[in-house]
Design a protein around this ligand. Structure first.
Ligand SMILES: Nc1ncnc2c1ncn2[C@@H]1O[C@H](COP(=O)(O)OP(=O)(O)O)[C@@H](O)[C@H]1O
Ligand SMILES: [Mg+2]
Length: 238
């Protein structure tokens, strides 16, 4: 399969602070990859580094074969990298539809139907203000806005955090549809380990800014010892 994203021995962080230590990672087109690991191991920093929001000290990042060195965050988004940060950064004073229009960039307004098709709930709530939305609806809006940028790879930072099980399930089903219907690859950082493993094909575990395990999600789901060793929460979550 065609290689979509490649991180090669990446050392990165914030100014003089190094967070990622020799991190290597590969994703092919339409891949569904979960990234898990304890708090503070560098999961969010990995996504920020891919988007050009952290400082790369060594190594290289390739997207569709192109080295991203010197490429701005804005250009990365135009190339097809979609990013949904942990903070769900929607505009609270704008309506759902206005939030989506803000994500359209140069695309026609008819493209909003793509977002509404993926998240019918947002269509029902299109005239509601951002601050009237539930946490789950805000997350749907965040993801929908990223979708309107026509990403080839969507980076999701703990998309299920703080959401009720039924909403988590709806989001996870939408992520699967994005892969199967829109050919988008998904890299999902998640603390909800069981759900993340069930809804992805591959998984990497991060520790101290490096990949310490890479394999099939299904295998790890059935390997509580490995989970416990690297993540330390298997017993509680599985
Ligand atoms: N903007 C920042 N400046 C300096 N250090 C940071 C910044 N953001 C995160 N860190 C540090 O980087 C490390 C990894 O953080 P992060 O990537 O957010 O971990 P995770 O997402 O796995 O919980 C932590 O020690 C954190 O304190
Ligand atoms: Mg994080």
């Amino acid at each position: 399969m065609t290689e979509l994203l490649k991180l090669e021995h990446v050392v990165a962080g914030y100014g003089p602070v190094t967070v990622l230590n020799d991190l290597s990672l590969d994703m092919s087109e339409r891949a569904q990859l979960a990234m898990i690991g304890r708090n503070g191991v560098g999961k969010s920093t990995t996504l920020k580094t891919i988007m050009g929001l952290a400082d790369v000290h060594a190594g290289a990042i390739y997207f569709q074969g192109q080295n991203l060195h010197g490429v701005s965050t804005h250009e990365r988004a135009q190339m097809g990298l979609g990013y949904v940060p942990q903070t769900r950064d929607i505009f609270p004073s704008l309506t759902v539809e206005e939030n989506l229009v803000a994500g359209l960039k140069l695309r026609p307004k008819s493209a909003l139907d793509e977002a509404y098709d993926m998240f019918p709930r947002l269509q029902e709530r299109r005239r509601n203000g951002g601050r009237e939305l539930s946490g789950g609806e805000q997350q749907m809006l965040s993801v929908a806005r990223a979708l309107l940028g026509k990403p080839k790879l969507l980076l999701l930072d703990e998309p299920l955090e703080g959401l009720a099980p039924i909403i988590r399930e709806q989001l996870l089903q939408a992520f699967t549809r994005m892969v199967s219907e829109l050919n988008i690859a998904v890299l999902m950082v998640e603390q909800q380990i069981q759900e993340a493993l069930i809804h992805t094909e591959q998984v990497v575990i991060l520790d101290h800014g490096a990949v310490v395990y890479a394999g099939q999600s299904f295998d790890l789901l059935n390997d509580p010892q490995t989970l416990d060793r690297h993540v330390g929460m298997a017993v509680h979550t599985l």
